[in-house]
Design a protein around this ligand. Structure first.
Ligand SMILES: [Zn+2]
Ligand SMILES: [Zn+2]
Length: 170
């Protein structure tokens, strides 16, 4: 989906690449909306062994028809140890929803859960707008720190901004 001059276009996957090329060529300003049909399913596989090779997990799931986009093992940074939990991105294809019913992966009795990132208000580091990521943003940059016409990461002001004080509501 494309939001363009406040109009929203639904773009089919086949024409998506061409349309994006045209928009980029014209240097149009737009925000790309990653519709949920493109977004992979994020799951957490629990109760594997911490020694499980991620490649074995990928192969096991591929043999059942799943397409694994990404896999990473969870770790505890403080204790510097790997955990028996793996975070996966599964491509949305025909049978992908069955993944939640898989109980046996790499010979372990596993548990699969939806992975939920703790939700935070998302701020775009390109245009300072809300609810989209900078990677999808093709609007004119606007700096969060100084309001200038550049992305926040390119700002001359280094370091964090002071946390805004909470105002009392009456
Ligand atoms: Zn933006
Ligand atoms: Zn700036």
């Amino acid at each position: 989906m494309l939001s363009f001059h406040r109009e929203t276009f639904i773009v089919f996957e086949e024409s998506r690449v061409q349309i994006l090329a045209i928009l980029n060529e014209k240097k149009a300003e737009y925000i790309l909306n990653e519709s949920s049909s493109y977004r992979p399913i994020k799951i957490m596989i629990k109760q594997l062994s911490e020694d499980t090779d991620p490649q074995d997990i990928v192969e096991d799931l591929s043999s059942r028809g799943y397409v694994v986009n990404r896999i990473s093992q969870m770790r505890n940074y403080k204790l510097k140890m790997l955990l028996p939990m793996f975070l996966l991105e599964i491509k949305k294809t025909g049978n992908c929803k069955n993944i939640y019913n898989e109980r046996n992966i790499c010979y372990f009795r596993t548990k699969i859960e939806t992975y939920r990132r703790k939700t935070k208000a998302m701020i775009c580091y390109n245009c300072s707008g809300f609810y989209h990521a900078a990677r999808n943003c093709h609007l004119k940059p606007k700096c969060i720190k100084c309001g200038g016409e550049h992305a926040t990461r390119d700002c001359k002001i280094k370091g964090k901004l002071p946390v805004p004080k909470m105002r009392k509501l009456r």
